[in-house]
Design a binder for this molecule. Structure first.
Ligand SMILES: Nc1ncnc2c1ncn2[C@@H]1O[C@H](COP(=O)(O)OP(=O)(O)OP(=O)(O)O)[C@@H](O)[C@H]1O
Length: 742
C-alpha cells in the first residue's frame, strides 16, 4: 500500500487541537487515507530483498462503515474528527486559517512580478531567493502578453523564464473554473501549452522542473475534490436479494482520481505509445513534448484540434531543433498552431535595429486576449538571426516548404505579437563567467592517456563529449578495465537505458559520462565538475552548449579541450568565431606520471582487443546454431558435423591458450593498478624525505589519493598563463564560419 498523504490529511495532522476539534468527518479514498509507516526494530531487518514484506503502514482515526447501496453492500472510509458533521467545519478550512504566502517579506526580490502565490511558495521552498537576470528581464514582458525571443547563457534559468508565466496563467485561470461538486466533477482539461525540446532527456527534465513547482501546490477548499467515498468490493456475506442481477458490487470500480489543477507531462520517443496516449487522455494542461508528439497527433484529431487552440507555444533550444533534422515533424506541428484568419501574407516591416529604444518599443505591444503566445529560448542565437527575426516577423509564410534554417523555422512561428521582444543576455565570448577553460595539445593516439590522467588528477563528476558512438564504445571498456566508473549516453541506447545511465551519473560523485552531443544541450545535472571535449566540437555553438553542462546557476566549472594535431586549426577557428582575444590556457601535466599511465592504457587496450576477439569467435561459432534454434529448423547433418568439427581439440586448445593469455594480461594490469602512482622526487620508503615531502599534505588531507606526491587541486587552479592571440591569426579566424555554425 503506497503512503499517499493528500494535502488535506497532512494539514489535519498539523492542525492545532482547536482546529482538530472543529474538523468534520471527511471521506477519503483508500489511497488517500493518512497512512504512516509502521516503525520496527532494526534487528528485524531481513535483508535479501525481503524488507518489502515489512514495509507495513497503519492509519489512525479512520472509521470503516458498511452501507447498503443500490450497487450492493459497500465499504466507506471516514477520516473521523471529534465532532459530528452538523457542528463541525470542513477540515480543509484549516487552509484558510493558514496565513497566505507573504511574498513581500519572504521573497522580496520576486514580489514585483505579482506571481501566483502558489508559485511564490514553490520558489521559496526551492530556495530560489531571486530571479536570475533572464527571468527578471523576461517575466514582466511575458506576463503582459509579449512574445519573446530569449537568449542567455547556459544554466541561467531559462526554463523558469518561460515556465513561470505559463504556470502563472494556468493557475490563475484554474481559479476561475467552476469548483468541484458531486454533480460537477472537473472536466477533462485541454492542452494549453506546448513546449518543444530537441532531445528526450531535455523534454523530461523540463517536465520535472515545472512539476517541481506544481508539486508544492495546495488546493484551496473550493478546489478540493468532492467528498467522495471509495467504493470497494463487497466483502460482506449478505448480498441483498434486491441487488442480485444488478451491477455486480464486486466489480464497481473505484472512482477515478480527479486530475490536478495544472499538470505537466512529457511525451518522448522511446516510451510506449499506449502510455503516451494515456497521459494525453488524462488531460494535462501543459506538457513538454518532442518529436514523438507528431506520431500521436497523426492519429488523434481531438489533440490536433487542441493544438490549434493552444495558449502558449515554446521552442526550447530552438536552434538545435533545426540541426536535429526533424523539420518535417516540427513544421507540421507548427502549422497546426496557425490561425486561419492570420495565415495571409503580410508585407514585411521595414528593418529595425536592435538598440535600446527598440526594447522600449517592444514592451508596448503584445498578444490580444486568448491568442497564442510564443516563447523561443536558447543560449546561442546569432545576432544576424535576431535581426532577421525582427525584419521578417510579420512575413507569414505562404510557402509550405519544410524549414532548413533557424530563420526559416522562426518564420514558421505564427508570432501574434507584432513586435516580439528580443532579450539578449548572451555573454561576451559565449562562455559563462564561472567557467574556466583549458586545453591539452597532444598526439591523437595519446588522447586516452591524457583523459585518464585528467580523471585521476582531478577526480569529480566529468562529462566527456565524443564525436561518435563508436568512440564511446571503444572507450567504455577501457574505462572499465582501468577501474573508472563510466556510463555511456548516445542515441543508439534504449530510452530507458539512457535515463538510467544519466541517473547513475547524477548519483555517483566520481564518475564519467561518455556522451555524444545528444547530451550537449539543456541537460541540467547540477554537480558536473568538468566537461571534457575528447574531440574538438565542429561549431562554436556546440562548444558553448557542451561547456554549459558545467558552471551552471553561478557554480564554478571547468572545461578541457583535448586537441589532436589535426584539430589545432579548428580550435583557432573556434576561438575566432567566438571573437576571443586570448588563447585558451594549457593544462599542466606531470609527464612523468603520464608515461606510467600510458603503460596501463596499453595493457587495457590489449585486454580489450583479446576479449573482443574471443567474443567474436564465440559469436561466430554460435550464431548458426542459435539461428537454427530460433527458427526451429534442424541443421543439415553435414553442416552440423562441420560445426562440431570446429570444436575439435586443436581449436579448443587455442581458445584455452588465448584465455590464459588474457588472464595473464589482466593480472598484470591489476598489479599495475594496485601500485600507487608516485610523482617524481617523492620517496615512498621514507615519506618525510625526498625533494617533495608528502607527510604534511597527507596530514592536512590535501593529497591527491591517486597520485602520491601531488596536492589535491581543483581543475583550473594551476593553469599556465594565457598568451594574447596574434593579430594575423585573428584575420584567419574571422573568415571561418564553422561547419554549419550559426
Ligand atoms: N531563480 C533561480 N535561483 C536559483 N536557481 C535557479 C533559479 N532559476 C533556475 N534555477 C536553477 O538553475 C539551474 C539551471 O536552470 P535551467 O536548466 O533552466 O538553465 P538554462 O538556462 O535552461 O540552461 P541551458 O541553456 O543549458 O538549457 C537549474 O538547476 C534550476 O533549478
Amino acid at each position: 500500500m503506497p503512503t499517499i498523504l493528500k494535502s488535506s490529511a497532512k494539514r489535519k495532522s498539523k492542525a492545532s487541537p482547536v482546529s482538530r476539534k472543529r474538523a468534520k468527518t471527511v471521506h477519503r479514498t483508500a489511497d488517500d487515507l493518512p497512512w504512516k509507516t509502521v516503525s520496527r526494530p532494526r534487528e528485524s531487518d531481513l535483508g535479501n530483498g525481503l524488507d518489502g514484506l515489512l514495509e507495513l503502514e497503519e492509519v489512525d482515526d479512520v472509521q470503516v462503515v458498511y452501507e447498503e447501496t443500490d450497487a450492493g453492500r459497500v465499504i466507506r472510509f471516514k477520516v473521523a474528527g471529534k465532532e459530528d458533521e452538523e457542528n463541525s467545519t470542513r477540515v480543509e478550512e484549516s487552509v484558510l486559517e493558514e496565513p497566505p504566502f507573504d511574498t513581500e517579506t519572504l521573497l522580496p526580490n520576486w514580489h514585483s512580478f505579482n506571481l501566483h502565490p502558489q508559485l511564490c511558495r514553490a520558489l521559496y521552498s526551492q530556495k530560489f531567493a531571486s530571479p536570475t537576470p533572464i527571468q527578471s528581464q523576461t517575466l514582466p514582458l511575458a506576463l503582459k502578453g509579449k512574445d519573446i525571443v530569449g537568449v542567455a547563457e547556459t544554466g541561467s534559468g531559462k526554463t523558469l523564464a518561460y515556465g513561470l508565466p505559463i504556470l502563472h496563467y494556468l493557475l490563475t485561470q484554474a481559479a476561475s473554473l467552476p469548483s468541484f461538486s458531486n454533480s460537477n466533477p472537473r472536466p477533462r482539461r485541454d492542452l494549453r501549452a506546448l513546449i518543444l525540446a530537441p532531445t528526450r532527456e531535455l523534454a523530461l527534465q523540463v517536465s520535472s522542473h515545472l512539476n517541481a513547482c506544481l508539486n508544492q501546490i495546495q488546493l484551496p477548499p473550493s478546489e478540493q475534490p468532492p467528498e467522495e467515498d471509495i467504493i470497494l468490493p463487497n466483502v460482506g456475506k449478505g448480498k441483498s436479494k434486491k441487488n442480485k442481477g444488478k451491477a455486480n458490487a464486486d466489480k464497481v470500480p473505484v472512482k477515478p482520481k480527479l486530475p490536478p489543477l495544472v499538470s505537466v507531462a512529457a511525451i518522448v520517443g522511446g516510451m510506449s505509445a499506449q502510455k503516451q496516449r494515456r497521459i494525453l487522455a488524462r488531460g494535462a494542461h501543459s506538457r513538454c513534448d518532442s518529436w514523438a508528439l507528431w506520431d500521436i497527433l497523426q492519429e488523434d484529431d481531438d489533440l490536433a484540434n487542441q493544438i490549434e487552440r493552444l495558449r502558449f507555444i515554446v521552442l526550447d533550444e530552438a536552434d538545435r531543433m533545426i540541426e536535429a533534422g526533424h523539420f518535417v515533424e516540427l513544421d507540421n506541428i507548427l502549422r497546426l498552431t496557425l490561425r486561419q484568419s492570420k495565415d495571409d501574407e503580410i508585407e514585411p516591416e521595414p528593418e529595425v535595429g536592435l538598440d535600446a529604444t527598440e526594447a522600449e518599443e517592444d514592451s508596448k505591444e503584445g498578444i490580444r486576449d486568448g491568442e497564442l503566445q510564443t516563447f523561443v529560448f536558447s543560449a546561442t542565437f546569432s545576432k544576424d538571426l535576431q535581426k532577421n527575426l525582427k525584419k521578417h516577423v510579420r512575413l507569414r509564410r505562404k510557402n509550405d516548404k519544410p524549414s532548413s534554417t533557424l530563420d526559416d523555422l522562426l518564420m514558421k512561428l505564427d508570432f501574434r505579437d507584432p513586435k516580439p521582444a528580443v532579450v539578449d543576455l548572451s555573454p561576451v565570448g559565449g562562455v559563462v563567467a564561472t567557467l574556466r577553460e583549458s586545453k591539452i595539445e597532444c598526439l591523437g593516439n595519446d588522447k586516452d592517456a591524457y583523459l585518464y590522467y585528467f580523471l585521476l588528477r582531478y577526480p569529480g563528476r566529468s562529462l566527456v563529449f565524443l564525436s561518435s558512438i563508436d568512440g564511446i564504445r571503444r572507450l567504455l571498456p577501457l574505462m572499465d578495465l582501468l577501474g573508472i566508473a563510466a556510463f555511456p549516453l548516445h542515441s543508439q541506447l534504449e530510452q530507458r537505458q539512457r535515463l538510467k545511465n544519466l541517473d547513475r551519473f547524477k548519483s555517483t560523485p566520481r564518475s564519467v559520462l561518455l556522451a555524444t552531443d545528444v547530451a550537449a544541450r539543456g541537460l541540467d545535472v547540477p554537480a558536473v565538475d568538468h566537461v571534457v571535449h575528447y574531440q574538438v566540437p565542429r561549431t562554436a555553438d556546440t562548444y558553448v552548449h557542451r561547456n554549459g553542462r558545467t558552471a551552471r546557476a553561478m557554480r564554478r566549472g571547468f572545461s578541457l579541450l583535448i586537441v589532436g594535431p589535426d584539430e589545432r586549426k579548428l580550435v583557432r577557428a573556434l576561438m575566432g568565431s567566438l571573437t576571443r582575444q586570448e588563447e585558451i590556457p594549457e593544462m599542466p601535466v606531470e609527464l612523468y606520471l603520464l608515461d606510467k599511465l600510458k603503460t596501463r592504457i596499453q595493457l587495457a587496450r590489449q585486454i580489450d582487443v583479446a576479449q573482443h576477439r574471443m567474443r567474436k569467435e564465440k559469436h561466430d561459432r554460435n550464431w548458426l546454431k542459435e539461428a537454427a534454434e530460433a527458427m526451429e529448423i534442424e541443421l543439415d547433418s553435414d553442416l552440423a558435423s562441420e560445426l562440431e568439427d570446429e570444436e575439435d581439440v586443436p581449436s579448443k586448445r587455442k581458445r584455452k591458450d588465448a584465455d590464459a593469455k588474457t588472464g595473464a594480461l589482466k593480472a598484470e594490469l591489476k598489479q599495475l593498478l594496485a601500485q600507487p602512482l608516485v610523482a617524481r622526487g617523492v620517496s615512498t620508503r621514507y615519506i618525510t624525505s625526498g625533494t617533495t615531502s608528502i607527510v604534511d599534505d597527507i596530514l592536512a588531507g590535501e593529497h591527491n589519493e591517486a597520485m602520491v606526491g601531488l596536492k589535491r587541486a581543483e581543475a583550473g587552479s594551476d593553469l599556465v598563463a594565457v598568451k594574447k592571440r596574434k593579430p594575423n591569426v585573428k584575420d584567419e579566424f574571422e573568415e571561418w564560419t564553422g561547419f554549419g555554425a550559426s
